[in-house]
Design a protein around this ligand. Sequence first.
Ligand code: GLA
Length: 680
Amino acid sequence: MLRDGRLCHGGDYNPEQWPAATWREDVDLMRRARVNLVTVGVFAWSRLEPAPGRYDFGWLDEVLDLLHDGGIRVALATPTASPPPWFSLAHPDALPVTADGVRLHHGSRDTYCAAAPAYRAAARGIAATLAARYAHHPAVALWHVHNEYGTTCHCPHTEAAFRRWLIDRHGDLDTLNAAWATSFWSQHYADWAYVSTPRATQYLGNPGQLLDFRRFWSDTLLAAYVEQRDLLKAANPAIPVTTNYVLGDWVPVDHARWAAEVDVVAVDHYPWAVDGGAEEQTALAADLARGWARHGRRRTGGPHPNPATPQRADAPATWLLMESAASQIHTTGRSHTKEPGRMARHSLSHVARGSRGAMFFQWRAPAGGAERFHSALVPHTGADSRVFRESVQLGETLDRLAEVTAGEVAASVALAWDAASGWALRHPGMPSELLDGQAEVAAAHRALWRAGYGCDVVLPGDPLDRYRLLVLPALYLASDATADWVRAHVEAGGHLLVSYLSGVADPHARIRLGGYPGAYRDLLGLRVEEFHPLAADEQVLLSGGGTGRIWSETVHPCGAETVCAYVGGVLDGRPAVTRHRAGAGTTWYLSTRPDDGTYRRLVTEAARAAGVQPVCPDAPPGVEAVRRANPETSWLFLLNHTDRPQRVPVEGVDLLTGVPADGAVTLPAGGTAVIREHPR
Ligand code: GLA
């Protein structure tokens, strides 16, 4: 990407929204902010091809040359996330259809069906045309295919493609009928032609069908990406190719599975919580991205690659924060302006966890258009602004930190993540509508983060030999292979912490019978007989002083000891959290969602029992510590999220100031330090 070894700084740049005079000012300002990579052309299709087959590349030629002359590299985008008006008019069958049969219209973005042949052909067409023209342009450092593959569709093209996918996956109708449990409610399929996408239904839809549709659609979007990637690679194999994705359902894909197909895992992250929540969400997003990126890495000499997410032989384990907001947190219904210093802390939280830089949406705030009030490195006010000054500061900071790319984050705690489990927990007919797989992952991660432990995100099947503690946060689906993977970890002396609903269902979301959680009962030394989901405003008391929310259960210990019990109600005195000796390790079970303080105490106990140390045991509360290291050197990132100065005992040199920290460093309120540590 950037062969000069620098960390990337920059963002989405939309010269098509500005007159040529502004382009020159942009390049000057970019140089002031030490911007070295900008994404160009993401939504520019209607300006590149204003009418079918009539191209206008003059402006892009000029912009790429200007950027190149200014020493700024380009992530050149294919503009396929926003087809132009002529395309939608000519191909109404390529407009997406919602589950209840409404065909959407041109006028926003992402309005296309990824299974429609006309859309796929047009997307290949513009990608190939761009490749032919720019694949050897010296400014182009990276291809940025599309933008956040964020649609879903139920049109006839999709339906036909879904059937083909199902035939590939299930082979015959008996297998499909068994997987979807179609004997229930007269849904048995005697012909493939009877099978449709999960459209709007009178009452609850079929969980197996919904789950397969999510898998199918992720694969369909991936195929749309792959065919563009292959065209771009064919034009110049030396230029890496990526597409940016984002957490949550906006991009409805299995991110980890995609990692094997990109040269750089590129993530966009926009936290939506304000008080402390934004920092926790940032840490989780970065840990997820690093976990996904591991599936794009060639593991030379490493043990067993994960067959579910194969690694490409030539892919580096690089990931990059491709978009973030310069000065905005999107809370529900309003945007919160990031306080001074917060943008830098979020950026460094990503770099600390392995990002090759910190990029933003967007370079310059537009005067019009739907996102006219979205923040930007150059805000509406112009360069004489706090945000631009902070971006100049960040550019200097990133340049001082180039050496940290030699280090990797090393964690002893593994947090399991599985897209399909999250999808399945959202299915209709679950015992509670409060179930949210992503929130369970976030709660476990938050507990570890607040307790000061680093963690790696792993997928079922990943090697676990370097982890002392494995955490399964509501990992609902478990294949036999997943159950064996967890068992092997425990049998090898590893410790395990499992939260409710993990291992309850098989990969088709059918329940594993005989008492919950079917996949892990014996490892945990218990059997769960009944669920007692809680109301949104309800909490249960736990012995020892904590509370539980969302969920509770009748747990029968079969060897496990009670760590804390329910107090009051129908479960009074029964186990809420248990601990069990299994092999040389300990397994823990959480039958409710503990409050944050209790969760933090529990993971601390579990980590201590497993012999895991916090990253920086002496860091005061509110100071986040992340370490990157290699056998020779280590770098300790310290992020002070409090509004007071904080002193942290360290030995080394602060790369941000160049000042030796002999014994301690004092972080200003909201400030940061990156210590190259003395060898210990
Ligand atoms: C996404 C998109 C951008 C922009 C931002 C706004 O990440 O990729 O085009 O819409 O969201 O937050």
